[in-house]
Design a protein around this ligand. Structure first.
Ligand code: A3P
Length: 302
């Protein structure tokens, strides 16, 4: 009963909350908070033992954060549930006061695991200078687009994305928040040739979690036995994370999960339920052009 009342109050507050605004940094659309504090973000001082988790939004970042945390805690699920995702891993450029990922990261003792959605050209230089380990997760553009569209509907930190048709155009034009998906995945793909970056794909983790989680483990210099690995696979599975209040973002007051839950579907190929035949054709043609200059290849089918 109490929970129902609390939920009702939260929804009333959400309805009254103003939607977030965006602006631009060097031609990339970012949330206003990041633009307002851009100089401070750019000057952020990374430390050599920082680990950076990077992605275009909606590519499985939270999933990877949970995997990394479980690995670092040797598969101890209780330790991993010590705090919500965003408290465990500061979200560097998210500044919506009183939350400031930047402040949180600055105050946090090492070793730090920091999250960002910044494209390579906007990553604070100290991460490169300090040779930090970085893990990038990429997800196929069609599913990312669908997931981001629903996320816009439920999270008030974003401006209204308009209709699905409107958002589809915004995405293709690279005018969405955090810029062009195409430039983002290609930029980080190229950066991995000269920097310590582990580049993962959402679809691979979904298909073969043991192998992909094993890669993360190795990259972090950990050697956990098979039993612990199985435990990590279980605790980072969609259904378990969806029920875990520390990883499902139900603590976040800017999100309204009754519109669309943060842990929405967690599948490959949901785009098929959203793209019209005409949109798919247009997308494929445009995709071929934009991705002609990369060796990157994505699986878009289940
Ligand atoms: P959907 O909206 O398609 O369900 P991010 O953390 O980068 O914002 O990405 C969120 C997306 O990853 C959402 O996709 C969410 O459901 C999915 N996701 C989160 N945890 C997952 C898990 N353990 N397994 C599969 N997908 C997961």
């Amino acid at each position: 009963m109490f929970q129902e009342k609390e939920k009702e109050t939260m929804e009333q507050e959400w309805n009254l909350m103003q939607r977030g605004k965006v602006s631009q940094v060097k031609g990339v659309v970012l949330l206003k908070g990041a633009c307002d504090y851009w100089n401070e973000i750019w000057d952020f001082q990374a430390k050599p033992d920082d680990i950076l988790i990077s992605s275009y939004p909606k590519s499985g970042t939270t999933w990877l954060q949970e995997i990394v945390d479980m690995i670092q805690n040797n598969g101890d699920a209780e330790k991993t549930r010590r705090a919500p995702t965003e408290i465990r891993n500061p979200f560097l450029e998210k500044i919506r006061l009183p939350y400031s990922g930047l402040d949180q990261a600055n105050k946090m003792p090492s070793p730090r695991v920091i999250k960002t959605h910044l494209p390579v050209q906007l990553l604070p230089p100290s991460f490169w200078e300090k040779n930090c380990k970085m893990i990038y997760v990429a997800r196929n553009a069609k599913d990312t687009m669908v997931s981001f569209f629903h996320f816009h509907r439920m999270d008030k930190i974003f401006p209204d994305a308009g209709s699905w048709e409107e958002y589809f155009e915004t995405f293709l034009e690279g005018k969405g928040v955090w810029g062009s998906w195409y430039d983002h995945v290609k930029g980080w793909w190229k950066a991995k040739d000269t920097n310590p970056i582990l580049y993962l794909f959402y679809e691979d983790i979904k298909k073969n979690p043991k192998c992909e989680i094993g890669k993360v483990m190795k990259f972090l210099g950990k050697n956990l036995d098979e039993k612990v690995l199985d435990k990590i696979i279980y605790y980072t599975s969609f259904n378990v994370m969806k029920k875990n209040p520390m990883s499902n973002y139900t603590y976040d007051s800017s999100m309204n999960h009754s519109i669309s839950p943060f842990m929405r579907k967690g599948v490959v190929g949901d785009w098929k339920n959203h793209f019209t035949v005409a949109q798919n054709e247009r997308f494929n043609e445009d995709y071929k052009e934009k991705m002609a200059d990369t060796t990157l290849s994505f699986s878009m089918e289940y």
